[in-house]
Design a protein around this ligand. Structure first.
Ligand SMILES: Nc1ncnc2c1ncn2[C@@H]1O[C@H](COP(=O)(O)OP(=O)(O)OP(=O)(O)O)[C@@H](O)[C@H]1O
Length: 274
């Protein structure tokens, strides 16, 4: 399938600030899930949010999706102070979230899944217009979907992720949150989804990607933001070393990645001496 997205939506580098979080904290009773977190995302920028289990990534995404309310802190979206009181408000403002479970209906086809709950004419379904719109959207994303009349049950993991992302684009959001979009995908499917993220960025959207896979993060992110124990713990470019990233995520500079790097360094100096 050929693409026209780069032509239709030219975007060179990050644009204006679309999301600005300042001092976001979230307590669940006595548990502090987030403490004083700052985060900026620009239009046309992919920001990877990384951190160990329990670092607070999901809590932050749920705050942006309007599922949780922050205990304190401010959210500016598209230059305005906002309160994301519920998921409909977040979506209405232009923040779309693709959760890890994708929430697709297995027995329905691609068109029905993309338009689920947003049918063009819910009284008398306008199947033709919906099919054309679905094809156009998938075409713009260079998606490899064999047929939009295929039930989702017969699609691969990467294709399902594509359908879920296409569905989230239907409301024309300014920011899209992707929770572990490549988890449990094979090599080729992962590459497909990373390509898709690049196309979403090329449309000028701000993208937040949560991922545990550092290779994927480095491949697609413009900026990598580390959370540790609910706090900001460093911000890096995609060329950051594995060692620095692991140190920021775990808080320990003595780990297997650093030990291997130092062994490699010692071996190289030994070879230089011979
Ligand atoms: N609804 C809740 N009630 C009580 N504590 C919670 C709730 N949600 C999250 N927490 C706690 O907040 C902290 C951050 O959890 P969160 O799920 O945001 O981390 P995470 O970085 O997404 O981890 P993972 O990678 O394992 O999904 C953890 O200590 C967790 O136990």
């Amino acid at each position: 399938m050929s693409t026209s997205s780069d032509v239709d939506h030219p975007q060179e580098g990050p644009g204006k600030l679309v999301l600005k979080l300042r001092g976001i904290s979230k307590n669940f009773g006595a548990v502090s899930a987030l403490a004083d977190v700052d985060l900026d995302v620009h239009a046309g920028e992919v920001v990877a949010l990384v951190g160990d289990n329990g670092a607070g990534k999901s809590t932050l995404v749920k705050i942006l999706a309007g599922v949780h309310q922050p205990t304190s802190g401010t959210i500016d979206f598209d230059g305005e102070h906002v309160v994301l009181s519920d998921p409909a408000t977040a979506l209405g403002l232009g923040i779309a979230t693709v959760f890890q479970d994708l929430a697709l209906c297995e027995n329905l086809d691609v068109v029905a899944n993309i338009f689920l709950g947003r049918e063009l004419n819910p009284v008398r379904l306008d199947e033709v217009s919906m099919e054309i719109r679905a094809w156009t959207l998938l075409n713009e994303l260079s998606a490899r979907i064999p047929s939009v009349r295929e039930p989702v049950a017969s699609l691969s993991g990467g294709q399902r992720q594509t359908v879920a992302i296409a569905r989230s684009l239907l409301t024309e959001p300014k920011l899209i949150l992707l929770d572990e979009p490549t988890a449990a995908l094979g090599v080729a499917q992962t590459a497909e989804v990373l390509d898709l993220i690049e196309r979403v960025r090329a449309r000028g959207l701000g993208v937040i990607v949560i991922s545990h896979n550092m290779e994927d993060v480095r491949a697609v992110a413009d900026r990598i933001v580390v959370l540790r124990l609910g706090r900001n713990n460093g911000e890096f470019g995609p060329d950051v070393s594995n060692q620095d990233l692991v140190t920021a995520i775990t808080g320990a500079d003595e780990n297997s990645v650093s030990r291997r790097a130092s062994r490699r360094g010692m071996q190289q100096s030994r070879e230089a001496l011979i």
